[in-house]
Design a protein around this ligand. Structure first.
Ligand code: ADP
Ligand code: MG
Length: 710
C-alpha cells in the first residue's frame, strides 16, 4: 500500500507485476527507475479509439480513425516491386480502399470476403483518385456477431526505446496508475491554492488517459487542464526553492571582502587588445560593489550572445584572487571549459595567476595532482565542468563561484558548488546566462539573484545576416559553400539529430557530414556530436579553431559558448524543429569577428502553419535576443508546445518556464503564501519535486563536513 511520496519513489520498476529484467532495463534507458518516474512518463500524443467513424463522413483531413468494416475484395499486390497490398472494405455507408506495406504473403489469406474487421489507421488521399483511403491500418479480426466495444478514454502514445513496444509500455504504466488509483499520492497542495479542484493523482491519470473532445478534435497532452495542474504544483515548488535559497543566502556566513585594486584592473585592461564596452564596465562595477561587502554576492549577469560576459568574469576573478581567494568557473561542456581555460590562462599569464583545468576526462594520476593543487591553494583559478564540485574536490579558500550558461545547471548543482567554501565562510556567486528571457520570466526564474545586464555588443560587429531557405534548395547552399570555403571561410552546419531517426525526415549530423564530404571532396569536413568522447570532441574543436577544418557538421552541442571568431557561416538544418532561443544561441556562434557573417535557416516549415512561419520571420528580422524572446513568448498561443527544455533547461520534470509562463506569477504568489503560512507544506512540496535541493541545503547546514573531515 502506498501512502507517501517516499514510498513510491523507492519502489523500483522491476518490482511491478509483469516487469522482468528486459523490460526494466529498457525502462532504465528511458531514465525511468522508480514507480514515481513511471507515472510521470507522459504520452506525447494520443489515438482516438473512442468512437467508430462512418466511411461516408471521411474526408482526406480526417486524420486517424477507427472503422468497423467488412472485406469486400482483395485487390492484390501493386506498386513498383509489388510490395503494396490493396484491399477494398465497406461499411453500411460506403467503400474505402486500404493499403498495407511490406506485409507477408500469408497475411492476405486472412481477408476472406465478408469478414468483419476493426481498422484503426490514418486517412490519406489516394494518390491515383484523390479519395480518402486508409494507410496501413491496424487490423483486429472480429467474429461474425461480435459486438464492438470502443475505448472510453484516448489511447496514449509514449516515447519509447528499442525493445519496448507501445503495448508493453502502456500496460506497465497502466499497472502503475492502477496502484496510485487504489492508494493516491498524498495531496500536499492545500485546496485554497489549487484552482483546478483536481488531485495530483487524478491529474496524472487524466494526462495518461484523457476523455476525448466532444467533437473529437485531436488533443496534445500539454494543453490539458490536468497537465497544467501538475505543472502548477511543480512551479510552486520551484518558487519555494528560490525563496528559501534567498533567505539562506542573506543570513549566511561571511564572504571574503574584496577591496578594489584599481591599478590591477587598469593594468589588466591595458593588456587587452580591445577596450571594454561601457556596459561591461558598468556590470563590473556592480560586481565590485558586491564583492566589497562581506555579505555573499548573488548576482546574475545577463547578456546577449557575444556581449563579452567572460571578460567581466575574468576581471572579477582577478580581483578576488589578488585579495587572496580562490575562484572557480563552472561550464556545462568540456569544450567550453577548455576554451575558457585557454582564454583565462593566456589573459592572466602576466598577472601570475595559476589557472587549472578540471574535467571528467583527466587521467586518475593527473587528477590527484590537480586535486592537491586545489586543496593546498596553489591553484588559484579552477576552470572546469561538473567535476569541480565532486565530493573529493576540496578548496583551500574558495571565495568566488562563477557559473557560465547557468540555465544548464539545476539549483542543487549551484548549491553543491557553493558548499565548497571552507567551513564558516560563504563564497560569492556570479552566474552568467545568454538565454534571452524577458524580464517577467527573469524575475520568476532567478528571484534569488540580483540582475546585471550587459546591454551592448562590442563595437565593430556587423549584425549577422539571416536568410530563410527552403530545404529543397540545399544543393544551392552546398554550391555556395563550396565557393566561399575554398577561399578560406569556415562554416558550421548544425542538425537537430545525430542519426537518422525512424519515421523522421530530418537529416542528421552524420548524414550531412557524409553528404558534404562526398560532394565537396577537396574541403576538410569535420563531425561533432555528443556521443563522441571528450578527446575526440576536443580534437575536432581544436582543428576547427585552428582553421584546419572548413565545414563542421554538428549537432546542437556547439550551441553554448563556443567561440571561433573566424567562422562566419552558420547553417541550421530543419530550423523549424528548434526553439527560437536555441536558434539565437546557435546564430551567436558566428558574427564574432569583424567580417560579415551569415546564418542560413534551412527549413521545411509548413507554409500553412502561420506560427512556424512567423517564428522564422522573427529570426530573419531581428538580431536582438531580448526582442526575439519577447515576441516568441507572445506567439505562444494555444497549441504551441515547443518549450525551453530544448534549450537545455532541465530543471523541471514536467513544467516548462517558457511554455507555462502564464502560470508563473500565480505560482509565485502561492509560494510566498506558503512560505509565510505553511512552511511544512512548503518543505513537502520541495521534497516531492526538488529533493536534491533539500539534500544540498542540508549538507550545507552540516558545514560541508564531508570535505572538511577528510
Ligand atoms: P558571451 O557573452 O557570449 O559569453 P564572450 O565572452 O565569449 O561572449 O565574448 C565574445 C567575443 O568577444 C570573444 O572573442 C571576446 O574576446 C570578445 N570581446 C569581449 N569583449 C570585447 C570588447 N569589449 N571588444 C571587443 N571584443 C570583445
Ligand atoms: Mg559565454
Amino acid at each position: 500500500m502506498i501512502t507517501s511520496d517516499a514510498q513510491i519513489k523507492n519502489i523500483d520498476v522491476s518490482n511491478l507485476k509483469g516487469v522482468g529484467p528486459k523490460i526494466s532495463s529498457s525502462l532504465n534507458r528511458l531514465k525511468i527507475f522508480s514507480l514515481f518516474d513511471l507515472i510521470f512518463h507522459f504520452p506525447f500524443r494520443y489515438q482516438d479509439r473512442t468512437y467508430i467513424s462512418k466511411v461516408s463522413d471521411l474526408t482526406t483531413d480526417s486524420g486517424s480513425v477507427l472503422l468497423c468494416l467488412k472485406v469486400k475484395a482483395v485487390e492484390g499486390f501493386v506498386g513498383s516491386r509489388g510490395k503494396v497490398l490493396k484491399i477494398l472494405f465497406a461499411d453500411d455507408t460506403g467503400i474505402i480502399e486500404a493499403s498495407f506495406f511490406n506485409t507477408y504473403a500469408t497475411f492476405v489469406h486472412n481477408f476472406t470476403s465478408g469478414r468483419r474487421v476493426l481498422a484503426y489507421g490514418s486517412i490519406k488521399p489516394d494518390y491515383m483518385t484523390g479519395r480518402p483511403s486508409l494507410v496501413h491500418p491496424e487490423i483486429t479480426f472480429l467474429q461474425t456477431n461480435e459486438t464492438v466495444t470502443t475505448e472510453e478514454f484516448l489511447t496514449p502514445i509514449y516515447s519509447s526505446t528499442e525493445g519496448l513496444g507501445q503495448a508493453i509500455l502502456r500496460k506497465t504504466i497502466k499497472t502503475a496508475l492502477d496502484l496510485i488509483q487504489k492508494a493516491p499520492l498524498p495531496e500536499i497542495l492545500p485546496k485554497n491554492l489549487n484552482p483546478y479542484g483536481m488531485s495530483l493523482s487524478d491529474a496524472i491519470k487524466g494526462v495518461h488517459y484523457p476523455h476525448p473532445q466532444s467533437d473529437h478534435t485531436p488533443i496534445v497532452p500539454q494543453k490539458l487542464t490536468s497537465f497544467e495542474r501538475i505543472c502548477y504544483e511543480e512551479l510552486i515548488a520551484y518558487q519555494l526553492c528560490l525563496l528559501l535559497l534567498k533567505v539562506s543566502n542573506s543570513s549566511h556566513k561571511a564572504a571574503l571582502s574584496v577591496a578594489f585594486d584599481s591599478k590591477l584592473s587598469d593594468d589588466f585592461l591595458h593588456s587587452l587588445p580591445f577596450k571594454p564596452t561601457l556596459a561591461q564596465l558598468k556590470v563590473f562595477n556592480e560586481i565590485l560593489e558586491d564583492l566589497n561587502k562581506d555579505i555573499p554576492m548573488a548576482r546574475l549577469v545577463h547578456g546577449d550572445v557575444g556581449s563579452g560576459k567572460t571578460l567581466v568574469a575574468i576581471m572579477s576573478a582577478l580581483q578576488v584572487i589578488k585579495a587572496g581567494g580562490q575562484c572557480v568557473l563552472l561550464s556545462p561542456t568540456d569544450i567550453l571549459a577548455r576554451q575558457h581555460f585557454a582564454k583565462c590562462s593566456s589573459l592572466l599569464k602576466e598577472f601570475n595567476v595559476n589557472c587549472l583545468l578540471l574535467t571528467a576526462s583527466e587521467r586518475k594520476s593527473d587528477r590527484l595532482n590537480l586535486l592537491k593543487a586545489i586543496s593546498d591553494g596553489s591553484a588559484q583559478f579552477i576552470i572546469g565542468t561538473h567535476a569541480v564540485f565532486q565530493d573529493d574536490v576540496i578548496y583551500k579558500h574558495l571565495a568566488l563561484v562563477i557559473i557560465d550558461e547557468q540555465h544548464r545547471f539545476g539549483i542543487e548543482q549551484r548549491i553543491a558548488l557553493l558548499n565548497k567554501a571552507p567551513q564558516g565562510t560563504s563564497a560569492h556567486q556570479l552566474v552568467m546566462t545568454a538565454t534571452p528571457i524577458p524580464r517577467t520570466l527573469q524575475l520568476a526564474l532567478y528571484s534569488d539573484l540580483e540582475v546585471s545586464t550587459i546591454d551592448e555588443l562590442p563595437p565593430g560587429r556587423c549584425p549577422v545576416i539571416t536568410a530563410l531557405i527552403q530545404m529543397s534548395r540545399k544543393d544551392d547552399v552546398i554550391a555556395r559553400l563550396n565557393a566561399v570555403c575554398s577561399r578560406g571561410t569556415q562554416a558550421y552546419w548544425v542538425c537537430p539529430h545525430i542519426e537518422e531517426g525512424e519515421n523522421d525526415d530530418v537529416a542528421s549530423a552524420k548524414s550531412i557530414y557524409e553528404e558534404i564530404s562526398h560532394k565537396l571532396p577537396h574541403l576538410k569536413i569535420g563531425l561533432l556530436h555528443g556521443q563522441m568522447n571528450a578527446k575526440q570532441k576536443n580534437m575536432v574543436m581544436e582543428d576547427f579553431a585552428a582553421g584546419k577544418i572548413s565545414i563542421l557538421a554538428a549537432t546542437t552541442i556547439i550551441e553554448v559558448g563556443v567561440d571561433v571568431p573566424n567562422a562566419t557561416i552558420m547553417i541550421i538544418n530543419n530550423a523549424e524543429r528548434l526553439g527560437l532561443a536555441q536558434l539565437h544561441q546557435l546564430r551567436g556562434r558566428v558574427g564574432r569577428g569583424s567580417a560579415q557573417s551569415y546564418c542560413l535557416l534551412l527549413h521545411n516549415a509548413d507554409p500553412e502553419n502561420q506560427i512556424a512561419q512567423k517564428r522564422l520571420q522573427i529570426m530573419r528580422t531581428s538580431n536582438d535576443g531580448f526582442k526575439i524572446a519577447t515576441e516568441d513568448l507572445a506567439l505562444r498561443g494555444p497549441g504551441e508546445i515547443i518549450g525551453t527544455k530544448q534549450a537545455g533547461f532541465d530543471t523541471f520534470k514536467v513544467a516548462d518556464v517558457t511554455r507555462d509562463h502564464r502560470l508563473i506569477e500565480s505560482a509565485r504568489n502561492s509560494a510566498l503564501y506558503l512560505k509565510e503560512n505553511g512552511i511544512k507544506t512548503a518543505e513537502e512540496l520541495i521534497r516531492r519535486w526538488f529533493p536534491q535541493y533539500l539534500t544540498a541545503r542540508d549538507n550545507k547546514k552540516d558545514g560541508n563536513s564531508v570535505s572538511q573531515s577528510s
